[in-house]
Write a protein that binds this ligand. Structure first.
Ligand SMILES: [Zn+2]
Length: 80
């Protein structure tokens, strides 16, 4: 698991609880590790669109805050 994926998972758990996410390797809330599926993130498929949008906006806001307080960790697009 990459550092970024771990960070996504940690933030999602803090925001939404330890049970957030699904078994898909590409889960929008980060995969907890171990066995994984690859049929697509169930979190996107099963949530009401308004709830999904709210949750993803929270995640994006956290990422923006982290980017501002952690300048030593540039975003992937900032690498040269
Ligand atoms: Zn998921």
């Amino acid at each position: 698991m990459t550092r970024a994926r771990k960070l996504v998972r940690q933030v999602a758990m803090r925001l939404f609880g330890d049970e957030v996410g699904c078994s898909d390797g590409g889960c929008v809330f980060g995969h907890p590790g171990g066995m994984q599926t690859n049929g697509g993130c169930q979190c996107i498929k099963e949530r009401e669109p308004v709830i999904l949008k709210r949750n993803l906006m929270r995640m994006a806001e956290v990422a923006r805050v982290l980017a501002c307080v952690s300048p030593e960790t540039p975003a992937p697009e900032a690498k040269q």
